[in-house]
Design a protein around this ligand. Structure first.
Ligand code: PMP
Length: 357
């Protein structure tokens, strides 16, 4: 096979990135190498923020590696999975020349990052199979090959569709594109899914990169912490492309508490409650006169087709319920995406829609 690193942008192959003062492996007890203040800010009581943070804190990486079933070296931490998407595009696609493949309707940031970077976006639409969306993996492979795309973005479970992709098909696509492209599997909603994570495939399919986040199941969207998991050599490339200190010290401290053994069981039961509510909400929605169909979901939201989506959106808004308007997306002119809320919020959704046309 072509070396994995041959997929890196040609002009970045021997790019060393920025060497921050923090990355020098030196010993000492008077740190005068980073132009930090000698005395802490009065608002920073314990002085935790006086010094620049570790770019990739070892303990947090180890804990996240255990959580996601990988080795610490296979993981890069960043500002949400949004940052990982941007890093991938910048590291693997040449501006003005590169291409990515996406399968719409899908998460908007893949195309946004590509366009910002001057990279072409090749669209291979998902198939609407009525109760769920499926991916035409042959067409995605063809699209990647025909356009020389170095990155394919798959979203599983998909946003806004809620559909998880079969990992056997993801693995087959990665094998087909071996030496040609990286298959990114965005698993932002994986904790709500009944299907296995693609992380287990990385060992045998080194051109797979998986994205995970603390924003959804862990209820920490405001923390901005996401990870990319992949072959050590690819992760090392992403680290060279990342800004020097991506993780603020207070975020690292909260993340450590959020994924320790005392907090994780609470997260697991919160996820289980969302999965239960998802089933209740989906069943109740499908009995409403204004609902045309409800897609099966493996995420913490439900995609719903309405007989009149404008009226449904207006009824919800009139009741103070804000849902995601996805009507401008390909093939979703009559659809809205509804996040599973608390039981009381979900009841408000149902009450508002009972009055809709
Ligand atoms: N991927 C998908 C599929 C998403 O829906 C989102 C957030 N809406 C993200 C990535 C970005 O998440 P993060 O908060 O980790 O940046």
């Amino acid at each position: 096979m072509t070396g994995l690193l041959d997929l890196v942008r040609d002009d970045l192959r021997d790019f060393a990135g920025y060497r921050s003062a923090r990355s020098e492996k030196l010993e000492g007890d008077a740190w005068l190498n980073a132009n930090e203040a000698a005395v802490a800010n009065v608002a920073d009581a314990d002085g935790a923020c006086r010094r620049y943070p570790d770019p990739q804190p070892t303990e947090l990486r180890e804990k996240l590696a255990t959580l996601y079933g990988c080795r610490p070296g296979q993981l890069i931490l960043g500002r949400g999975s949004d940052e990982a998407i941007d890093l991938l595009v910048r590291a693997f696609c040449a501006p003005g020349d590169g291409a990515i493949v996406i399968a719409p309707p899908t998460f908007g940031m893949y195309a946004v990052c590509a366009r910002l970077h001057g990279v072409r976006v090749v669209e291979v639409p998902l198939d609407d199979r009525g109760e769920s969306f499926g991916c035409d993996f042959d067409a995605v492979g063809n699209g990647a090959e025909a356009n020389g795309a170095r990155l394919v973005f798959l979203c599983s479970p998909g946003n806004p569709t809620g559909a998880a992709l079969p990992s056997g098909d993801v693995a087959a696509l990665a094998r087909r594109l071996d030496g040609r492209a990286i298959v990114v599997v965005d698993e932002a909603y994986q904790e709500f899914a009944s299907t296995p994570s693609a992380t287990a495939l990385i060992g045998t399919h080194p051109n797979i990169v998986v994205l995970r986040t603390l924003s959804k199941a862990h209820a920490l969207a405001g923390l901005r912490l996401g990870v990319a998991i992949g072959d050590e050599s690819l992760i090392a490339v992403l680290r060279r492309c990342q800004a020097p200190y991506p993780l603020p010290t207070p975020c690292v401290e909260l993340a450590m508490r959020a994924i320790d053994d005392t907090a994780l069981p609470a997260t697991e039961s919160a996820v289980a409650a969302v999965v239960d509510e998802r089933a209740r909400l989906a069943a109740a929605l499908s009995n409403l006169a204004c609902v045309r169909s409800v897609y099966r979901s493996d995420a913490n939201f439900i995609l719903v087709r309405f007989t009149d989506a404008d009226a449904a959106f207006a009824s919800l808004l009139a009741a103070g319920v804000v849902v995601r308007d996805v009507r401008a997306q390909r093939g979703l002119g009559d659809s809205l995406r509804i996040t599973v809320g608390t039981p009381a919020q979900n009841d408000r959704v149902l009450a508002a829609l009972r009055g809709a046309r």
